[in-house]
Design a protein around this ligand. Structure first.
Ligand code: BTN
Length: 258
C-alpha cells in the first residue's frame, strides 16, 4: 500500500470502511484541498479507487482557477482512478462520474438533478455539484485520473452564492455524506466496469442533460464561443452552432446557459 505521506495534513485520517470492498477511503476533518492529498497518493502508487474526503477545505479549488467554498456539511472528495483506457477516452470517465452522481441524487433522494456540460449538476438551474479533474499521462497512457467532486449536502451555499443549492435546502433534512459517497462509488464502478459500459456513457449522460438545445456561452483557454448547443459527440465534446451558422466543436470549457 502507498505510504500516506501527506505533507499538508497534520491530522491522521479516519478510514471509512465501505461494505464488501477493500477500497481505501480516507476521511480528514480538514484539508487544504482533497486534490492535493489525492495527487500525493496517486504519485505514490496508491490503488485505483482510493478516495480522499475532507469535512471542510481551506482552499477548495473550482474549475478555471475559481475557489470552491468548502464549509462543513458539504461532501468534498477526490477519487484516484487508474483506468485501462486510451487517453482519448479519459473525458468519458468524467462524464461517467457526473452521471453516477446525478443517479445517486435522483434515485436515492427523488431529486431531479440534471447535468450541465461538461460535468456540473443542477437542480432547477441551481448548482448543487461541481467537478474538477487532474490527469497524469506517460506517452498515450493514463497514469492516473483524479476526479474531485464537491456536492452541497448539509451546507447552505446560497447564503454566499445565490445560484446554488444543497440537498438540505431541497429536502429540508440532513443526510449522511458517507452513504451518499458509497452509493456514488458503487455506481461509478458499474459505469467503468467494462469497455462497453464506458462507450455507453455519453448516450446515458444525454438523457439527463439540460445543455443540448440551449443558447450557451463557452469560455475556454483558447477563447469564448457562443451559440446553440446542438449535441455532445462520442468523445464528450460539445457541438456548437454559432450565430453565423458555423459548427464549432469544443472539447472543454466553462459553460454558461444564456
Ligand atoms: C467547479 O464546479 O468549479 C468544480 C468544483 C470542484 C470542487 C471539488 S471539492 C473536492 C475537490 N477538491 C477541490 O479542491 N476541488 C474539488
Amino acid at each position: 500500500m502507498a505510504p500516506l505521506c501527506l505533507s499538508e495534513s497534520i491530522e491522521k485520517p479516519v478510514h471509512w470502511e465501505m461494505p464488501g470492498q477493500s477500497r481505501q477511503v480516507y476521511f480528514f476533518d480538514e484539508l487544504v484541498s482533497t486534490m492535493d492529498t489525492a495527487l500525493d497518493l496517486a504519485r505514490n502508487d496508491c490503488k485505483s479507487g482510493t478516495v480522499v474526503v475532507a469535512g471542510r477545505q481551506t482552499k477548495g479549488r473550482g474549475r478555471m482557477t475559481r475557489v470552491w467554498h468548502s464549509k462543513e456539511g458539504g461532501l468534498y472528495f477526490t477519487v484516484v482512478l487508474k483506468p485501462d483506457l486510451p487517453l482519448v477516452k479519459a473525458p468519458l470517465v468524467c462524464f461517467a462520474a457526473s452521471f453516477a452522481m446525478a443517479q445517486t441524487l435522483n434515485q436515492c433522494f427523488g431529486v431531479d438533478a440534471r447535468v450541465k456540460w461538461p460535468n456540473d449538476l443542477l437542480v432547477e438551474s441551481s448548482k448543487i455539484s461541481g467537478m474538477l479533474s487532474q490527469i497524469e499521462i506517460q506517452a498515450d497512457r493514463i497514469l492516473f485520473l483524479n476526479i474531485g467532486i464537491g456536492l452541497n449536502v448539509n451546507n447552505m451555499p446560497a447564503e454566499l452564492l445565490p445560484e446554488s443549492t444543497s440537498l438540505r435546502a431541497i429536502l429540508n433534512r440532513r443526510l449522511s455524506r458517507k452513504e451518499i459517497l458509497f452509493d456514488f462509488l458503487n455506481r461509478l464502478d458499474t459505469r467503468l466496469s467494462s469497455h462497453d459500459a464506458v462507450d455507453a456513457i455519453i448516450a446515458d449522460w444525454k438523457t439527463l442533460t439540460v445543455t443540448i438545445g440551449r443558447t450557451v456561452k463557452i469560455i475556454t483557454s483558447r477563447g469564448v464561443y457562443q451559440g446553440i448547443a446542438r449535441d455532445v459527440d462520442s468523445s464528450g465534446a460539445l457541438i456548437l452552432e454559432q450565430e453565423d451558422g458555423k459548427i464549432q466543436t469544443v472539447l472543454y470549457g466553462d459553460c454558461f446557459h444564456q
